[in-house]
Design a protein around this ligand. Sequence first.
Ligand code: GLY
Length: 563
Amino acid sequence: MHTRRFTAPIVALAVATLTISLSAGNTPYRARQGMVVSQSDIASEVGWKVMREGGNAIDGAIATALALAVTHPTAGNIGGGGFIVYRGGDGTTTTFDFREMAPAGANPTMWMKDGKYDFDIHHNSHRSVGVPGTVAGLYLAHQKLGSKPWKDLVLPAVALARDGFEVSEGLAASLERMIPEFKKYPASLAQFSKNGVAYKAGEILKQPDLAKSLQRIADKGPAGFYEGETAELIEKEMKANGGLITRDDLKKYVAKERAPLKGTYRGYEVIGMAPPSSGGMGIIQMLNVLEGFDLKANGYGSAQNIHLVAEAMRRAFADRAQHLGDPDFNSGIPIAQLISKDYATQLRKTINPNKASVSTPTTFTWPTESQETTHLSVVDGKQNAVSLTYTLEYGYGSRIVVPGAGFLLNNEMGDFNSAPEMTDERGNIGTKPNLALPGKRMLSSMAPTILAKDGKLFMVTGSPGGRTIINTVLTTILNVVDYGMNAQEAVDAGRMHHQWLPDRLSMERYGFSADTIAKLKAMGHTVAEAGGQGVAEVIVVGKDGILEGGVDGRAPDGGAAGK
Ligand code: GLY
């Protein structure tokens, strides 16, 4: 894998004196005063500029996220939701939950048609849209921890949307692939094509309606999105198309500050996201299990280690399915037990070091979950750190641009289970903790994570990738902590994934040797070849406090910015 391009002509912004080391191969980007790593080089530059001009990591992350809503429409958003994990340079920690909420009209059977569950209504309709959380979440983080005026963080995105930016090769190809989908929604086709003709790389994409929506957010904060013109435009689009979201739902949306989930791994402190994300639980439980094995001695890439890691994954995903959902609707989630060392010891005893376990399907397999999300990692000069993952669910979410408002709506309701006690051959499940109810947040796999050592920041990591997110993030941590890789090596190395059911070990093509795969098969694993897994964006604090950025080459765009 290669590091990404990092210079692109920016029409709207005069981003000057960017200083960063750029190299090919496995050498990480290096910086001392601060760094942003994201899936858009333009957005990373926006975030770094805010920090260079005195902003802190929260300011930089908010500006980057809002810029991504313009330059990375696949997953960057104001119409979706996500999570922030924060660690201050002083060691304080917190998280912000801005996962979408189900509208008041939601109910567990809302995707049934003529008595049958309808996949398309669940995933590809106005009823797949959850009440967006991004604007409220970014604003809450800013109120609690930001240092620059809110407006300063939004205006760069306004300028990018209004004046346009140069379409990259990756974005051009992605938009072209999406044209048949956009054709279903005139406002989407108008925004992301030239009257149905695809943008070419190098052309300028302007999004004037989005610029106006962002300007309202700049001027009025969340009220500029959840009330007034934007709220009216969302409600109008919903009413006209059988969607449920009303102005009242928008006004009632609330982002939440939550206590992080915390664990330790070989002396490192691990800070993760609590439910409604399953990310923190999954990462901490798997690390607890793996702590009891000498991965370093077994050697990187050994069949032995891949087997042990797969078995840890299998168990964490079984617990995820059984126990997790929105904590505000599920009082009995045994989260303390699931991330305890004692429980990990019990789980470890069930792992045969030479033989794959068998995943026992109880009554269900997994619902569909998209691979499209995006992650950014930010560290400032005081070693304040932000790990932010947010999403529209599918690439371009529901593909519905709100007419007149210029932003895409999520299809996050697809992350709720399909219907009560309903299981079918497509993998829909009906377990209770994650059924849709008014005001409920759907279970997520997003896993923004931060590691510290001896009271100091050590690593910021995260990735898109649906359920593979948890395992991609785990892999980046093992690669750095156990195998001593630098940030870029940790991002580049081959990835594997097991999610309990289906009982299958997916391994990235060209990431592992034929001999290794043969050994895993001999242990009883069903191995499936996979394409690129996730797009991790990682910062590691190296020797002498130098920041090392790892930018994932599995996606066509992305970049680190800093100095
Ligand atoms: N929609 C992807 C996730 O929340 O995990």
